[in-house]
Design a protein around this ligand. Structure first.
Ligand SMILES: Nc1nc2c(ncn2[C@@H]2O[C@H](COP(=O)(O)OP(=O)(O)OP(=O)(O)O)[C@@H](O)[C@H]2O)c(=O)[nH]1
Ligand SMILES: [Mg+2]
Ligand SMILES: [Zn+2]
Length: 296
């Protein structure tokens, strides 16, 4: 018997597929491997059940994806919520901008959630809010400790399929444990020594929310690779460069050294934040350097 289901988790070659409210432990047909298709969390699939008693099945077919995200690897989500801690671990602007660029490339809507606002006694949120407001992304500030901002986050997640993405230790799993009862995701301390998270979440997991919607908790990352992006397309992934008031007249402009560039003028006029523009130049250079190495 064939059943429709959805992959909610993948661990070491096994996929956990929820179908008719039962979670089946599945193997994928060998043909996927041969065709280099990797089943992803979020995939809608057809399974054939091996044993109802043991809840085992085989993934027979993967339905076409409307979205596929590379980092973290998930399929069929509506939006990404970038989770960044205001402190412990320290927020890192280039890391944030790399992540927003990769999400823009996947074509997803994006929300930025600055967590651990209970630790922010130095106005870090204000500093970051000012940097990111011209992007047009919805920006929220939350705390899994004193629950502030979590109602707004619920509103963001309501009735959508979202993925939480961000560095390790920022509180992705902690937030979900607070907003969804009876969820007991593992959370881990941030290392005092290296001031980074300890990669507590090991596998992405699709979670159903009582109040409506689904969310994927994902493992945090330490580095991101943006070299799959072309130099000429990078600017497309900075929405504020395409703002009506900006519009660089030259369509092939890199917004780098060109005179009379509208984007550079926008930075001077304060319509584009300096930090974002500096990230753009940094990433442009990173892509350029990578191309040069490849050539040799
Ligand atoms: N002060 C404060 N600490 C928090 C908050 N949210 C999470 N933490 C703590 O931060 C640490 C890391 O939290 P996790 O939820 O494991 O972080 P994560 O983003 O899921 O990390 P990975 O699974 O490694 O990617 C834990 O010690 C949490 O208790 C918050 O809002 N405020
Ligand atoms: Mg986690
Ligand atoms: Zn320009």
């Amino acid at each position: 018997m064939e059943h429709k289901g959805r992959i909610i988790k993948g661990i070491a070659g096994f996929y956990y597929v929820k179908a008719d409210n039962v979670v089946f432990e599945c193997k994928a047909r060998g043909i996927f491997k041969k065709d280099k298709i990797i089943p992803l969390v979020g995939d809608n699939v057809i399974i054939s059940i091996n044993s109802l008693e043991e809840k085992t099945a085989i993934i027979e077919k993967i339905m076409p994806r409307n979205v596929e995200m590379i980092r973290p690897r998930v399929a069929n989500v509506d939006q990404a919520v970038v989770v960044i801690a205001l402190k412990n671990p320290e927020p890192h602007k280039i890391m944030i901008d790399k992540l927003t660029v990769l999400i823009e490339k996947s074509g997803l809507d994006l929300v930025i959630c600055f967590n651990k606002c209970d630790l922010d006694s130095e106005g870090i949120y204000k500093e970051f809010y000012d940097i990111y407001k011209s992007t047009g992304y919805r920006i929220i500030s939350t705390s899994a400790y004193d629950n502030s901002g979590l109602d707004e986050l619920k509103e963001v997640l309501d009735n959508k399929v979202s993925v939480l993405a961000g560095p390790s230790g920022v509180g992705k799993s902690s937030i979900l444990n607070v907003i969804q009862r009876d969820l007991h995701l593992k959370t881990g301390l941030v290392s005092k020594k290296i001031k980074r998270g300890k990669h507590t979440t090991r596998h992405s997991e699709l979670i159903e929310l009582d109040f409506g919607g689904f969310v994927v908790d994902t493992p945090g990352f330490t580095s991101l690779d943006i070299t799959s992006i072309e130099m000429s397309e990078l600017k497309e992934f900075f929405p504020e460069f395409k703002n009506d008031k900006i519009q660089c007249k030259f369509s092939d402009c890199y917004h780098e050294k060109e005179p009379k560039c509208g984007v550079k003028l926008g930075v001077e006029n304060g319509l584009i934040s300096k930090s974002r523009y500096e990230s753009y130049l940094y990433l442009l250079n990173e892509i350029k350097e990578n191309r040069r190495h490849k050539k040799w």
